[in-house]
Design a protein around this ligand. Structure first.
Ligand code: FAD
Length: 479
């Protein structure tokens, strides 16, 4: 090996000699993978196949010390730096081209304290890692709906799923975090230590440092929960959606109902003639006992004449992975997202007209129900600002053949534009695709300027820039 060339923060490339690389390699408990070396392709491959980047070098971390050394190395040499947790983010900022990649995916330990009801989670853990460990003790923290997602990126952007209406966002359940700063120092952040940094970690993404350990609050959940699907024929979708609006408005915090408009997969409980046809699906989870859950579900079950109702008691951890087969890694994906306070008939008209012409069989529109405990937190109490939204729409296009790319993306963008007048203007930072950089202020909303000021304090050189980036206040162009 002679020298390697890595992308510089200033633009262009920096050449590092073999001695420098060898010395850095020796300091690590984990490994350093250069192109073609073992682990390199695994580390650079993420959920969205649209992202195919080649970092100059990958540090496969085994602990906080590796993260600190990698950050210091990047800083000392002025290198472009990316941070990968679970590798699920649609925008693909977890991987850089030619720069240094900090890969956390091998740091996956989860330690539950069943007495205090807390969990210590390393930043490469997936939701499945966390849920399976916690459920052995009848505990859970609100996370997302797909078990291969990373806890780290999900939490740092907010994080909502089946338990959030009852127990808040994933980030609302943070007790503390260990953070490697842009200086390469280890800080503890909590309500009492570095509380401004702690505030920023609740939705400010990867802008403020690399979290090497999360400490979460846990709640009694399951292990069996009332959950599952109700599938309706598409022909009556608008009427059923109007009924859903009423159900959602009156739902207790324990009940969460998401809507999915898509083509029916060949699931065994659906008649074969429905497979591949558009359907409206309610995905449901109730987080208390079965009897009160069945009572809470009565208004939803009274709507229309479903093709199937497969709601029953099942392990919470199984429900947390129920959507995994539809969301496997390796496909091409593009998303567009809006937040809504209310769902109007006009909006339903637009959604159903687009859902009637899905670009590929794997495309879907989902409406996630939020609200409840999420919205009982003040907008300025955490960096996550969307405390007034009751629904989050994600237009999820997905295809396998590059020939489907253009029309899938165009379809998503048109649907996004037509539905915009009904939306709040805000957007969930974790649902933003790569091309939405101009929307970043909408993702942080009223909290943007405070985040920009904290960026000056914690990362004035914007070392952590491969994310939905908050620029240090002084660097921002004058309005
Ligand atoms: P990565 O791509 O590894 O990381 C995303 C970014 O987070 C990185 O670019 C980096 O900037 C930052 N980052 C990661 N780790 C660290 C760290 N340790 N320290 C500092 N910064 C870090 N979200 C929900 O809220 N609810 C859902 O139900 C939900 N469902 C999803 C389903 C699928 C199939 C997918 C693909 C995503 C879903 N999401 C959901 C969105 C998800 O929250 C984001 O994609 C999130 O960023 C994933 O985190 P990750 O660690 O896997 O991602």
């Amino acid at each position: 090996m002679t020298e390697i060339r890595l992308a510089s923060l200033q633009g262009g490339a920096i050449a590092l000699g073999s001695d420098t690389i060898a010395a850095f390699r020796q300091t690590l408990r984990g490994s350093l993978s250069l192109p073609q070396e073992p682990g390199y392709d695994e580390a650079r491959t993420i959920w969205n196949a649209m992202i195919d980047r080649h970092p100059g070098a990958v540090v496969r971390c085994r602990g906080a010390a590796d993260i600190a050394r990698a950050v210091r190395f990047a800083r000392e040499h002025g290198l472009i730096l990316a941070v990968r947790g679970g590798g699920h983010n649609i925008a693909g900022n977890a991987v850089c081209e030619d720069g240094l990649l900090i890969d956390l995916s091998q740091m996956r330990s989860v330690r539950i304290d069943p007495v205090v009801r807390s969990a210590r989670v390393e930043p490469g853990a997936t939701l499945a890692d966390f849920d399976r460990e916690a459920q052995a003790f009848g505990l859970a923290t609100p996370l997302g709906i797909n078990s291969t997602t990373g806890v780290a990126g999900l939490t740092l952007g907010g994080g909502f799923g089946w338990l959030s209406r009852k127990f808040g966002l994933a980030c609302d359940n943070l007790i503390s975090a260990d953070v490697i700063t842009a200086e390469g120092e280890l800080l503890q952040a909590s309500a009492t230590e570095n509380s401004d940094l702690f505030w920023a970690l609740h939705g400010g993404g990867g802008n403020f440092g690399v979290v090497s350990s999360f400490e979460f609050r846990q709640h009694s959940v399951g292990p069996m929960v009332l959950s599952g699907l109700i599938v309706h024929p598409f022909a009556r979708a608008k009427e059923i959606l109007a009924g859903y609006r009423e159900v959602a408005a009156r739902a207790p915090d324990e009940l969460t109902v998401w809507v999915v408009l898509r083509q029916a997969p060949p699931l065994p409980f659906l008649p074969p003639e429905v497979h591949g046809k558009e359907v409206l699906v309610f995905a449901v989870c109730y987080t208390d006992d079965e009897a009160s859950g069945n009572r809470a579900l009565e208004p939803l079950r009274a709507l229309g004449q479903p093709i199937a109702d497969v709601i029953g008691m099942q392990p919470y951890a199984a429900w947390q992975s129920a959507f995994d087969p539809l969301l496997t890694p390796g496909a091409y994906n593009y998303w567009k997202s809006h937040n809504f306070v209310e769902l109007s008939d006009d909006l339903f008209g637009i959604l159903t007209s687009y859902a009637a012409r899905l670009p590929t069989p794997e495309c879907e529109v989902f409406i996630g129900q939020v609200g409840g405990a999420i919205n009982r937190v003040a907008v300025d109490a955490t960096a996550y600002p969307h405390r007034g939204a009751n629904f989050v729409m994600n237009v999820h296009t997905r295809w396998r053949d590059r020939a489907d790319e253009r029309r899938s993306i165009d379809w998503a963008r048109q649907l996004f534009t037509e539905t915009a007048p009904h939306a709040t203007g805000g957007v969930y930072v974790n649902f933003m695709p790569e091309d939405e950089t101009e929307r970043v202020p909408s993702a942080y909303g009223a909290n943007y300027s405070r985040l920009a000021a904290l960026k000056v304090k914690y990362d004035p050189g914007n070392l952590f820039r491969l994310n939905q980036n908050v620029q240090p206040a002084a660097e921002r162009p004058a309005a």
